[in-house]
Design a protein around this ligand. Structure first.
Ligand SMILES: CC(=O)SCCNC(=O)CCNC(=O)[C@H](O)C(C)(C)COP(=O)(O)OP(=O)(O)OC[C@H]1O[C@@H](n2cnc3c(N)ncnc32)[C@H](O)[C@@H]1OP(=O)(O)O
Ligand SMILES: O=CC(=O)O
Ligand SMILES: [Mg+2]
Length: 532
């Protein structure tokens, strides 16, 4: 893409990773100069905001509880709405999500969903090849040339009326060590956003669609303001109209739920909605309260969206969004279709249906599905209960959520089966991730970075905030964890799984993380050190 010379920052980002054929068309000198510009202008601020996360967590560790801000009351109480939502995003009843693999992108675009969220984040293991191949695939999807032939000879191409593309870059915390500026690794977020915007934003803007993004794992309005400034700078650099880049923000950290008005306000020229990222939200609840024994969570299978703290979160999100003219998107049920067992499949679909029914009846404007076969399931429910394109008119004046409801302890039990399942899922997911696969089915559930984080964080919590015991009074202790981990490691090695060779490596990493005195910030940060 031609960019006026005076806009190009003198430094180029350096590529340290091995590149493959086709990568040079993404990692062009102009694109690398654009990345360097983003890095120079915004990385120091990003690092400051990450330091604020650490300070915030230290306050929670000292016993403070998250709460609404006192310095932003005027924003919460003021009368303002977000900018008008573009036509392409006014009906988002079903959104399919998935990694940026070539075949899956085509399948997702053809799935019948209104939106496809192309994911560089929770469902991606960010090897350099995955991330840059993903950029090639998205560029080809945007320019209409994407096609794929499977090893069996099946041909894939995009059909008419594909889903609207929305891209999710990595969160602010993850580095991209294969691209550096002045010797410093770039932020994965700036690399994913920057390369996608550089190669596709103008082309998208020239059509009836635009450059649209999902923004993950924010904790505070200042982090949203940083994204706003990054996008504004990119628009200026790429000669695009101000605020044409649109953002839907995942509310998937506990601190962020207390700043939803503020986050929308920081992005008000470009915010189109918030989304209930339930899995990371549960993980964030665990992490925020890692030192609070009175807020331990039971088995993850019991932490459903109907438990009080999650119900309060989703209802407050709907009320907040609709007050501001923004969409309130629902989230992901973990069930996926089960092949070869009709009864089990029907039971899984019934769970998805019930989840979508809860969402649409609560006032959500749309929802997420993990698999193409779930598009009609979710759509049927939303079509029935949401005949208009959205339900921005549902103001939920009945909702009156206070701080204590958002952080309410969750009742339930810790079972042996739940403990063992956490060990198995954390191990098998980590092995897959280390092998370059960021989303996998385990026991017929979708497991990705967020769900795996819950599994491993719970293990840490149960071992470190104890002494705890199961319902049969057997102690929950490190010896039990070591035993279960050894058992599942052995099983994975013997399983013939394509990731069996990663079993020992994943096991060692999990052991370190679970035995550590402090709950590590992100599994994916620790594992990134070892990612090929
Ligand atoms: C917490 C969060 O962040 S949620 C968001 C992140 N998570 C996701 O996006 C989940 C994405 N989903 C997936 O990756 C997959 O559905 C999995 C891993 C859960 C299951 O994958 P598989 O076991 O391969 O599913 P399955 O074999 O049933 O797939 C059947 C077909 O559907 C396709 N498919 C499955 N999921 C998707 C998807 N999300 N998008 C597009 N195509 C898909 C497969 O590619 C396959 O295509 P083919 O018949 O042309 O070969
Ligand atoms: O990103 C979504 C989530 O649930 O986490
Ligand atoms: Mg998430």
């Amino acid at each position: 893409m031609a960019v006026p010379k005076e806009r190009i920052f003198p430094t180029q980002a350096q590529v340290l990773g091995a590149t493959r054929p086709g990568h040079d068309a993404i990692l062009t000198p102009e694109a690398l100069a654009f990345l360097a510009t983003l890095h120079h202008r915004f990385d120091a601020r990003r690092r400051e905001l990450l330091a604020e996360r650490v300070a915030r967590q230290a306050r929670y560790d000292d016993g403070q509880l998250p709460d609404f801000r006192t310095d932003t009351t005027a924003i919460r109480e003021g009368h303002w709405v977000v900018a008008p939502i573009p036509a392409a995003l006014r009906d988002r009843r079903v959104e399919i999500t998935g990694p940026v693999e070539r075949k899956m992108i085509i399948n997702a675009l053809n799935s019948g969903a209104k939106v496809f969220m192309a994911d560089f984040e929770d469902s991606s293991a960010p090897t350099f090849a995955n991330q840059i191949d993903g950029q090639i695939n998205l560029r080809d999807a945007v320019d209409g040339s994407i096609a794929y032939t499977s090893p069996e000879g099946k041909q894939y191409r995009v059909e008419e009326n594909p889903a609207v593309l929305v891209v999710r870059p990595r969160g602010w915390h993850l580095p991209e060590r294969h691209i550096t500026v002045d010797g410093e690794p770039m932020a994965g977020a700036l690399v994913d956003f920057g390369l996608f915007a550089f190669h596709n934003a103008r082309r998208l803007q020239a059509r009836d669609r635009g450059p649209y993004f999902y923004l993950p794992k924010l904790q505070a309005m200042e982090e949203a303001a940083l994204w706003n400034d990054v996008m504004a700078a990119a628009e200026e650099f790429l000669d695009l109209p101000p605020d044409c880049m649109k953002a839907t923000v995942l509310i998937e950290t506990l601190p962020a739920v207390f700043q939803m008005h503020e986050i929308l306000h920081a992005l008000r020229g470009r915010a189109v909605g918030l989304n209930c990222g339930r899995w990371d939200y549960i993980f964030s609840y665990l992490k925020t309260f890692r030192a609070h024994r009175d807020r331990l969570l039971p088995d993850r299978g019991q932490v459903l969206m109907t438990v009080p703290f999650l119900k309060a979160y989703s209802e407050l999100l709907i009320q907040t969004c609709h007050r501001r003219g923004a969409f309130a998107m629902g989230g992901m049920a973990a069930q996926i279709p089960i092949k070869g067992d009709e009864a089990a499949n029907e039971a899984a679909l019934a769970k998805v249906r019930a989840d979508k029914l809860r969402e649409v009846q609560a006032g959500h404007d749309g929802t997420w599905v993990a698999h193409p076969a779930l598009v009609p399931v979710a759509q049927e429910v939303f079509d029935k209960y949401m005949p208009s394109p959205n339900q921005l008119n549902v103001v939920r004046a009945d909702v009156n959520v206070c701080r204590d409801q958002l952080i309410a302890p969750c009742s339930g039990t810790i079972t042996r089966a739940g403990f063992d399942n956490n060990v198995e899922v954390a191990l098998r997911y980590t092995a897959s991730w280390l092998d370059g696969q960021g989303c996998v089915p385990i026991h017929h559930l979708m497991e990705d970075a967020a769900t795996a984080e819950i599994a491993r964080a719970q293990l840490w919590q149960w071992l470190h905030l104890g002494p705890l015991e199961f319902t049969d009074h057997a102690p929950i202790d490190a010896a039990l964890f070591d035993h279960s981990l050894a058992k599942h490691t052995h099983r994975l090695i013997e399983s013939g799984s394509p990731v069996a060779h990663r079993a020992e490596q994943a096991s060692t990493l999990l052991k370190q993380l679970t035995h550590a005195d402090e709950l590590g910030d992100f599994l994916t940060l620790a594992a990134y050190e070892q990612l090929a």
